[in-house]
Design a protein around this ligand. Structure first.
Ligand SMILES: Cc1cc2nc3c(=O)[nH]c(=O)nc-3n(C[C@H](O)[C@H](O)[C@H](O)COP(=O)(O)OP(=O)(O)OC[C@H]3O[C@@H](n4cnc5c(N)ncnc54)[C@H](O)[C@@H]3O)c2cc1C
Length: 453
């Protein structure tokens, strides 16, 4: 059996977490473990369970920017860094899945799928972020929520046993990918969870669309409520798919649009259908009384089109435009906090959300960039990105005050974040009692650190 010291590269304890983009209070780490194989992960978990030592906090690539990056919620935690597990174990473009490990980035998987009949559902984050890390957060891809991409998980439980959930190609189950299988569906017991270290996932791949066209529209800030109501109708009636992004005037600057909101309508599929939809939308946008204007092609340039097409970009162009830094520098270089509330997809609600964001700004904090991700005809998640000077203590203090005020203000409406940060763990939920029973059954000794969830 592999011994603990052979199994992982470690750094000497104790030390504080290095600066991350949110500039949350640095947490005290008791060590960092870097296993390279699932077997080594199981050895580490068993050792932690046997010694009753500090709890483990698993991360994939640790690029959860704005929410704490790789930092745990509590002090005296050991980081279980799984980035070295970076094998793509299997890709099946016929049945539409890839079996990947936590260190596989979206850039790496997209590169592997080039020229095939499938694409990954990419996010707007860096090419260097983990597919599994984002999936376990139930992040938002350009085509759909990442939770919909999950078919199966392989994980090490607190007693060191390796289990699988959902659908696996070699599990003796159905020949066709069926994430929920039969009976209780267990995949999401392990997403937004702290019950296991995930060592692999079966990730569903989308059929490569024949045509991809991202249509940019703009509208004036004073027509926000009206524009949102129109977009909701278009979504509810299937004129546009439920993946629209709306950038407020701060976020829209990334795409060269000044002083207006920018909408990206991501149309994909059969060429004639995309053409027909684009014509219909252009007609509606140009009709009398419409809040919308067509934007120039630069507002959804070739990089945007390629992102929706799942084409890898080794230069991470869009991410550099958005943040001004590469993935490897961002934590050190840039102050950035994220607030991710889910708001109802109604003009008056989105207007109130914008007013609440403006009212929450504290001291030197600049107006944030806000992106609205349509999730379905009733729901829109807000990505509120607070940028600040990471080396200026006053700016850091003010940004955190603003974040606290955003949490308090949106809670008054019942608009809670779908992903919390390390200083604002998730509020109580109706299934707390069942969750605690499951936690007690699966990890009674707290081998895994209690997380943001
Ligand atoms: C400019 C910009 C754009 C962004 N765009 C998007 C976007 O479009 N959509 C979106 O969803 N996010 C977006 N993000 C947010 C963020 O960067 C991503 O969500 C990122 O993918 C998460 O980091 P990661 O992949 O390294 O996951 P990690 O940080 O490794 O993991 C995230 C969390 O999941 C859990 N976890 C991870 N791995 C494991 C494991 N193996 N076992 C058990 N638990 C685990 C842990 O709780 C961990 O904290 C954006 C960020 C920026 C700065």
């Amino acid at each position: 059996m592999t011994t603990r010291s052979e199994a992982s590269a470690t750094t000497p304890p104790p030390h504080r977490t290095p600066p991350e983009s949110g500039r949350f209070r640095a947490r005290l780490l008791t060590g960092v473990l870097r296993p390279r194989t699932p077997g080594e992960v199981a050895d580490e978990v068993r050792a932690a369970a046997a010694h009753g030592g500090p709890p483990l906090h698993p991360v994939s690539t640790g690029r959860n920017w704005g929410l704490g990056s790789r930092s745990p919620v509590r002090d005296d935690t050991t980081l279980l860094d799984l980035a070295a597990l970076d094998r793509v174990r299997d890709v099946d473009t016929e049945r539409g899945y890839a079996v990947i490990e936590p260190g596989v980035t979206q850039g790496a998987l997209a590169a592997l799928l080039q020229g095939t009949a499938r694409i990954l559902n990419p996010t707007g984050a860096s090419q260097h972020t983990s597919v599994i890390g984002n999936l376990l957060e139930r992040g938002v891809g350009l085509h759909r929520g990442r939770a919909d991409d999950l078919a199966g998980l392989e994980a090490v439980l607190a007693d060191g046993t390796v289990v699988r959930t959902g659908w696996w190609p070699d599990g003796g189950g159905a020949a066709v990918v069926q994430p929920h299988g039969r009976g209780p569906s267990l995949n999401h017991l392990l997403t937004q969870s702290h019950l296991a270290a995930v060592t692999a996932a079966v990730v569903r791949l989308l059929p490569r669309p024949a045509t991809v066209r991202v249509l940019p529209l703009t509208f004036a800030p004073h027509r926000l409520a009206e524009a949102v109501d129109v977009l909701r109708t278009w979504t509810a009636q299937h004129l546009v798919p439920p993946n629209t992004k709306v950038y407020d005037p701060v976020a829209a600057r990334t795409y060269g649009v000044e002083a207006r909101y920018l909408v990206h309508l991501g149309l994909t599929g059969d060429e004639e259908l995309v053409d027909a939809r684009a014509r219909l939308i252009a007609g509606r946008a140009a009709s009398p009384g419409s809040p919308f204007a067509e934007a120039g092609a630069d507002a959804a340039d070739a990089y945007v089109q390629r992102a929706y097409a799942g084409t890898p970009d080794p230069d991470d162009t869009l991410f550099l435009r958005k943040t001004g830094h590469g993935a490897h520098q961002l934590d050190e270089a840039r102050g950035l906090l994220m607030f991710l509330p889910v708001v109802s997809f109604r003009g008056d609600a989105v207007r109130r959300a914008a007013d609440r964001i403006a009212a929450a700004l504290s001291g030197t904090t600049a107006p944030p960039g806000v992106t609205l991700n349509v999730l379905d005809a009733d729901t829109v998640d807000h990505v509120v990105t607070l940028g600040f000077a990471a080396r200026d203590p006053d700016a850091v203090r003010d940004a955190h005050r603003t974040l606290d005020r955003l949490h308090a203000s949106f809670a008054e409406e019942g608009w809670h974040p779908y992903r919390p940060d390390i200083d604002h763990p998730a509020p109580r939920s109706p299934d707390d009692a069942l969750r605690h029973r499951l936690e007690h059954a699966l990890d009674p000794a707290g081998v895994f650190a209690r997380s943001r969830y």
